[in-house]
Ligand binder design. Structure first.
Ligand code: COA
Length: 158
């Protein structure tokens, strides 16, 4: 079985991320969408909320597993016999950082490869921070996030 890992903060998960997941599922048999917990970040949504959102989004998708992890991505991959990482690549400055991260991960775990998927033409300008900013200023975000995320934003507001 061809397994892959798609890790991110997903604060929040966006339609850009969803597009990458859907396309990765055409390449891999099983995809773990992994919420990476970073001690240096102060997320808007708790780890539990982000996990619940992802589980809801992929409730009917047997190929997708949702998990959370604090630590090095390569350690999670090794522990779970995963040899591919999926990353989305936007034309908005992702390349240098992604190249560095892929190279470092390869150095730390030589059997691991990073597979890059370019983001959809109508999605490349989306980012989680921009969505939070637009929402906080009362703007419309429904074009950019799944309905489950929109619901979570409305819960935060209450
Ligand atoms: N469409 C739209 N937006 C996208 C996107 C896509 N396809 N892919 C990424 N983004 C956006 C995200 O929304 C996010 O936006 P923001 O910066 O405004 O919040 C931004 O791009 C960065 O997302 P991502 O690349 O997923 O970074 P991240 O910070 O969410 O996650 C990890 C990075 C978790 C993969 C990385 O830090 C990691 O591996 N950490 C674990 C520790 C480790 O192993 N470190 C060593 C690495 S060499």
């Amino acid at each position: 079985m061809k397994k892959a890992l798609y890790a991110g903060s997903f604060d929040p998960f966006t339609n850009g991320h969803l597009d990458i997941v859907k396309r990765a599922l055409k390449i891999f048999d099983e995809l773990t969408v992994l919420i990476a917990i970073s001690p240096s970040k102060r997320p808007l949504f708790s780890t539990e909320t982000r996990k619940e959102i992802l589980e809801d989004i992929f409730a009917n998708e047997k190929q997708v597993k949702v998990d959370t992890f604090s630590g090095l991505i390569v350690d999670y991959a090794k522990k779970n016999d995963i040899y591919n990482i999926v990353r989305g690549l936007r034309p908005t400055g992702d390349f240098d950082n992604e190249f560095q991260m892929a190279s470092m991960n390869k150095h730390l775990f030589p059997e691991l490869d990073t597979v890059f998927l370019t983001t959809g033409a109508n999605l490349y300008f989306i980012s989680s921070s921009l969505i939070k900013e637009i929402y906080q200023h009362g703007g419309e975000i429904s074009d950019f996030v799944p309905t489950q995320v929109l619901k979570a934003f409305n819960e935060v507001k209450k």
